[in-house]
Every structure is written in C-alpha cells, then in structure tokens.
Design a protein around this ligand. Structure first.
Ligand code: NAP
Length: 371
C-alpha cells in the first residue's frame, strides 16, 4: 500500500482537496499520513482509518518515508523543504499546488484533461515533481482547450476578474468585514425610498477611504471597489500574475519552443470564490463560429457553452452560479468588429477546484494508477 503524506490539508486548497478526495473515495487503498507546520502532535483528520497525531511537516526523515508527498501548504514551505528532501536522497513523487517549482526544468505543470500526453511522457522519463498550475491559467485552458488543440490561436489577451478567496482565507474574511461595514453605514439610507441617493454615495465613499476601514490584507478596499494589481510587480511592467498567463500557458501546452503570445491585466474583484476572465483571441484564420463552439464543448467533459443571451448568462455565467462546481462555462462568445479572425468570450471557473485542488487530486490518482 502506497504511503501518501499530506501537507497544507487544512488551508483553503487543502480543505477542498480533502473534500474532493472523500467524495471520490480516493483515500481507500492508500496509507494517508497528515503533516502540519504548526500543530504537530494534535489529532489529524479521520479519512476512514481513524485519527492519528499530526507529524511535523519539516521533519525530513518522516517525509522521506512517504512514496508520494502532496502539499497545498504554499511556496515558502516548498522552497524550504523540497530541496532538503531531495538532498536527503528521497526519490518519491512530489505533488504541489504552490508555484515555487512550476517553472523548474525538471518539473511538469499538471492539468491532465489538457496535457495528459505530456504528463505520461514525463512519467516515462522519470520526472518526479508534478505541480498544479496558476488558477486563472488552468481555468482558461479548461475552457478554451479545444481552440488550442486545433492550433487556431495566434495570440490571446486575458482580462481577469479574480475573487477574494484566491488570495487566501484571511482575505476572504476581510472582504466580508468590508461588506458588513458598508452595510451598517448605508442600510438606513438604502432602505428609505425618500433618502437622497447622493448622501448614500457620499457616506459609502467616505467610509471606503477612511483610516478605520479594514484593509489590512488587501491594502485597499475591495468591497464596492476593485484592485487592478495581483502579486508582485515585474521590471517590464507586468505583475507576476500577468507573467504567469504567458509562461504557464505555454509550459502546460508544451509550447515553450514557439510560445503563443498571451498578455493581459489581472484584477481583483469583490467576488467571494471563482475567477472570471474576458478573453480576446486572434485566430490564425477566419474559423466559423459553429466550429469554435463545437471545439469548446467537445474538448473535455467540463467546458460548457453558454448561449450569448441575457437570461442564461445572468443565471449561469457568474461566480455565484459556478461556486463549488467543476463546470467551466464559456459564454459571451462572438466574432469581434475588429475582424473575422478576432473572437471574444467570457469564462468562469472555481479557482479552488479546477484552479487548484482538482489537478492535484487527479495527479495523485494518475500516480496511483487509478486514472
Ligand atoms: P491557506 O488557506 O493560507 O493555507 C495554508 C496553510 O496555512 C494551511 O495549510 C495551514 O498550515 C496554515 N494555516 C494557518 N492558520 C490557518 C487557519 N486559520 N486555517 C487554515 N489554515 C491555516 O493557503 P491556500 O489558499 O490554501 O494556498 C495554498 C497554496 O496553494 C499556495 O501556494 C497558493 O498560492 C496555492 N493556490 C491557492 C489558490 C487559491 O485559490 N487559494 C489557487 C491555486 C493555488 P498548518 O496546518 O501547517 O498550520
């Protein structure tokens, strides 16, 4: 029976991973060992074989006893522990949700519905580090896989609308605190049909900019606002999140030698969960819209076309509608007035599922020979 060590299982991505593994019966037939960076010795989760004390996630000797390590702990942990474990002589498989090892030459970014061939080739050639991709990149590729598979895409821009939970649990709570503060300030005026709307506007505007408004995590108001900056700035003017759009898309597709240009702007919005993206694609030729629609729907079991109509868009193409599902709806699809080879669409996906936990869960299943 394979021994699988789990680190970061109580964080946002890790909790979703455990939930999905329980739902799919993935814990059967493996020996699961749970680690922690902060609670060693406390009882671990019961995934079917009773609870055992949590082990220290920095104990290289204990980790070296695992056949497979699955971590959702974050990049700092990976940077600290992965090199020590490999230096210790450990030759097991490392499956990771963090970005730290994604662009390493001897790692592969895993998104098996899109790049199973690359994963199989990597397994044959002895690759041992399997890293989940950036959430927006994975969600975009799940939605538009058909167009890339057909080789139709000349270049693409992605304008993102990323949710608060993409920044972690504390940020999600801060958004709700911001909403609560605004609700308290504006409730009376909003409920009073005879109140002056400009007074409501002024009160909310003043609150957003006041020193007491809770912005410790985001550094700016997100409720009733947006933040056009995600991750670190880079020398060329992009943010790291925007850089990942190009670098990771091409690595997932195995196109590093002749990359498809991808660029855009990444924006944090006040959605709780699920990232959305407005995409502009320059195709290599004028492809009929019906062929584009078929390519999108037929590429994998999760991408789904939403007709470009108001009622169904409002009902199904929003973060609230997609939250907690594996669906990748693609809608607002049309040719642009820019020319017949320009296409635009809008897609939404749960960044904790296909954007993080699901590719990791499925990679574990591949390593166990179950998928
Ligand atoms: P997170 O929620 O901050 O959890 C990470 C770790 O923080 C936990 O495993 C836990 O470790 C510790 N922790 C401390 N206080 C906690 C508390 N009150 N509740 C839960 N955990 C607590 O991080 P995350 O969002 O899951 O992200 C993990 C990695 O996945 C990061 O590298 C991130 O970039 C990547 N990722 C995240 C997303 C996303 O949408 N959030 C998407 C794709 C990739 P101990 O038990 O050891 O203390």
């Amino acid at each position: 029976m394979k021994k699988v060590g789990f680190i970061g299982w109580r964080g946002m991505v890790g909790s979703v991973l455990l939930e999905r593994m329980r739902a799919e019966g993935d814990f059967a037939g493996i020996e699961s060992v749970f680690f922690t960076t902060s609670q060693a010795g406390q009882p671990g989760p019961d995934v079917g074989a009773g609870s055992a004390p949590l082990q220290d996630a920095t104990d290289v000797e204990a980790l070296a006893g695992m056949d497979i390590v699955v971590t959702c702990q974050g990049g700092d942990y990976t940077r600290e522990v992965h090199p020590k474990l490999r230096a210790h002589g450990w030759n097991g498989s490392w499956v990771d949700a963090a970005s730290a090892l994604r662009m390493e030459e001897d790692s592969i970014i895993v998104l098996d519905p899109v790049n199973r061939t690359l994963i199989d080739r990597a397994l044959e050639s002895g690759v041992k580090d399997f890293i989940g991709g950036n959430c927006t990149v994975s969600l975009m590729l799940m939605g538009l896989q058909g167009l890339f598979d057909q080789g139709w895409v000349e270049w693409m821009t992605a304008m993102t609308y990323q949710s608060a939970s993409g920044a972690g649990a504390r940020n999600m709570k801060e958004l709700v605190s911001q909403m609560a503060a605004l609700g308290e300030i504006g409730a009376g005026l909003a409920a009073d049909p005879s109140s002056a709307v400009l007074e409501l506007d002024r009160k909310i505007g003043d609150a957003l900019l006041s020193a007491e408004f809770p912005t410790e995590q985001f550094g700016a108001p997100l409720a009733a606002n947006l933040i056009p900056w995600i991750d670190k700035g880079m020398a060329d003017g992009r943010t790291k999140e925007e850089w990942k759009g190009a670098a990771e898309t091409n690595k997932v597709l195995g196109l590093e030698a002749s990359p498809i240009p991808v660029d855009g702007q990444c924006v944090r919005v006040g959605a709780m969960r699920c990232h959305s993206q407005a995409l502009t694609l320059k195709l290599k030729q004028d492809i009929p819209l019906a062929d584009i629609e078929s390519a999108i729907t037929e590429a994998n079991d999760w991408s789904r076309l939403v007709p470009n109509e108001e009622e169904v868009t409002l009902r199904t193409l929003t973060p609230a509608a997609v939250n907690g599902t594996l669906d990748i709806p693609v809608g607002r699809l049309r040719k642009m007035v820019l020319g017949p080879d320009f296409v635009t669409c809008f897609t939404v996906g749960d960044q904790l599922l296909w954007g993080a936990a699901e590719p990791v869960r499925r990679m574990l299943a591949i390593l166990l020979g179950r998928l």
